[in-house]
Structure formats: structure tokens, C-alpha cells
Design a protein around this ligand. Sequence first.
Ligand code: HEM
Ligand code: HEM
Length: 344
Amino acid sequence: RFKTGTALTVIAVMMASQGLANEELREFALEMFSPLPSTVPALNDNIVTPEKVDLGKALFFDPRMSASGVFSCNSCHNLATGGDDNMPTSIGHGWQKGPRNSPTVLNSVFNEAQFWDGRAPDLAEQAKGPVQAGVEMANTPVNVIATLNSMPQYQEWFRASFPEDDDPVTFDNFARAIEAYEATLITPAPFDAWLNGNDAAMTEQEVRGLSAFLNAGCASCHSGVNLGGNGYYPFGLIEKPGAEILPEGDKGRFAVTETVGDEYVFRASPLRNIAVTAPYFHSGVVWDLKVAVEIMAESQLGAELSEEEVTDIVAFLGALTGEVPEVTYPVLPAETASTPRPTG
Ligand code: HEM
Ligand code: HEM
């Protein structure tokens, strides 16, 4: 009896210290990261209404927003496969290969700026890019508006979404509706439950991985709600990776600011859902998350992590895979005699 009692005491003490360790780790983690909010965040100059979200969803899935009638946003940001296309770099108009890997749209509303180089300040500004990009949807705003206006159902949806506007079918409103839809694409993960106080939400290995991630210094760049998406750093801060990973032609933020110090500077990538969005980096050449973590440790921190640390960090990154909102495939308005025909 005595022995059993001692054993129980030892276990109780161990559990208490484990609990304490968890509590300290959580406190520290909460200084670096924030759990996902449980509601859709407020947008700048764009009130989120159910009508607008539904319209944005239709636009997100409508391939007629591209010149060829082939590509929708969902082609490269497939909501069934982590909000990206799982290709090294995207295939767009005329089977052209784009220059960069497609980032996930999931939780993108929490990025402080959009694109690998942060050239769009928000999702509404961002949404105007791909429609016009020659290697993506190769369309023009005029043709998008003509397409939308040719379908009475779209006109009605725009009126319901922007009741205060006399002429609601505009390219700005097209982008606002898509932004409102994207703002609903948020994916609470085990890490959020853990941050919110649920010790059981992460496994021991995932918790060890979180410690390793913090100890190694990853969170000095990958912090905040999205564990990234909120700051710019040279890719190769300590040691430049090889040209296959960091192609010379893409100088990142330099193209935005034209400041010499911004050569090969990129946005620290948001890491939510990273386990389901291979391949990695803007060049999309690394398929193995373990390898991506090793490259980061060497190039950004000048550190060589142990095999165990890398495996644990990868396990922790797995705890960032969240629950994707249920998506019902939308039925889109039928085209009419005046709908512009596909080209190219
Ligand atoms: C980037 C949304 C169409 C490929 C992004 C980002 C968002 C987004 C939110 C930034 C994410 C981030 O920085 O974390 C959309 C929407 C589309 C659309 C709303 C439809 C209007 C497409 C299409 C393709 C594509 C059709 C492929 C042909 C890419 C690529 C990037 C990107 C390669 C990264 C580009 C860079 O950083 O320079 N998209 N996208 N997107 N998207 Fe799309
Ligand atoms: C990208 C993890 C440390 C800055 C990435 C990616 C991963 C990652 C997995 C690829 C994201 C994707 O393809 O979507 C880590 C880990 C770290 C770490 C586990 C610690 C061992 C850092 C540090 C910095 C940093 C300390 C800043 C000095 C960046 C940047 C990118 C990135 C700029 C984008 C690279 C590109 O242009 O392709 N990180 N990171 N990371 N990280 Fe880290």
C-alpha cells in the first residue's frame, strides 16, 4: 500500500510539473502567436454579409472569370487540397507555367500583405491581380464586367451584395466579394485548441516540436496568427541556398521597393496548413517538409538541428493543419447569348 501511494505521489508530482511546463510553454507561446479568432475578422472598407460571401464564392469557383473559360481561382487554390494546387509552380492560361508556387488562400485574410513579395496590401487588391495576369487568367476588367453583366443572376447577386451602389457590377466590387468569401476560409487547428488551454489537443511530440521551434528561433520570423505572413526577410539571411531553391531571376521584394537591400527578400511564409501544401518555397522545388525545415534552419539561422528536433518540428507543423470549412460546390448562373465567348 505504502509503495502504491508513493508511486501515485510521484506520478501526481510528475503530472503537476508536466502541467506547469505546459503552462509556462503556453504563456511563452502566447507572446509569439495568437490563436485563430472564432469569427470572421472585420475587413477594411468591406462589410461582410452572407449575400456578399455567397457572391464571392460563386466568383471564386467561376472559370468564366478567365479569358479561356478554363481557370477559376479554385484551379490554383483548390479548397479540396489545402487551398493551393500542389504543383511546383502554377499552370495557367495556355498551359503556361508561372514563375512561383501558389500559396494557400486558407487563412490568407490574416496575412499583413499578400503574395510572396507582399506586393498587394489586402485580399481585395490581390484578387484583381490573377484575373489580369497573362500567365494566370489572362482576362481584362472590361471583359469580366461584360461577362458578369450578361447574366441576370449575377446582376441580382451584385445588387443584393452592394445595395448602396447605383451601379454595383464593378471590378472593385468583384474583388470585394471575393475578399469577403476568402475571409471565411479559416481553419482552426489543434494548435489553436492547445493555445486556448486544452493540453490534450497536441501530442507530446507536437509539444516538443513547439519547444524546438521556439528554441531554434523560427518564431522570430514565423509569428502571429499565421506563424508568418507578417514580415520580410532575406531568404538566405545567414547562408544563401542554391540557385535551384532560390533562382537568381526572382529577386522577391526588390521588384516592389527597388531598394538594393531588398534583393532576395521574401515574406516569411505563413505556416498554417503547411503539411498539406507541398511543394515548398516560392520556387516550389522542395517536396519534403523535413527538408524544408532543415533548409530554413541552415539558411535563416545558421543552425544544424538534430534529427529528433527536425522530426519534432515537423510534427508540430502538423498540428497547424486545421479544419477546412465545409464547401458546397456552387451552381453558377447560366451564360446567355450576350456572354463573351472564351478566347485563347
Ligand atoms: C497568390 C487568390 C487565381 C496562382 C494568391 C494569393 C491569394 C490568391 C489570396 C496570396 C496568398 C498569399 O500571399 O499568402 C486568388 C484569387 C484568384 C486567384 C482570389 C481568382 C480571382 C489564381 C490562378 C492561379 C493563381 C488562376 C494560377 C494560374 C497564384 C500564384 C500566387 C498566388 C502563383 C503567388 C504569386 C506571387 O506571389 O507572385 N492568389 N488567386 N491564382 N496565386 Fe492566386
Ligand atoms: C519559408 C519553416 C526559420 C523566413 C518557410 C517555409 C517553412 C519554414 C516550412 C516554407 C513555406 C512554404 O513553402 O509555404 C521555418 C522553420 C524555421 C524557420 C521550421 C526554424 C527552423 C525562419 C527564420 C526566418 C524565416 C528565422 C527569418 C530570418 C522565411 C522566409 C520564407 C520562409 C522569408 C519564404 C522563403 C521563400 O521565399 O520561399 N519557413 N522557418 N524562417 N521562412 Fe522560415
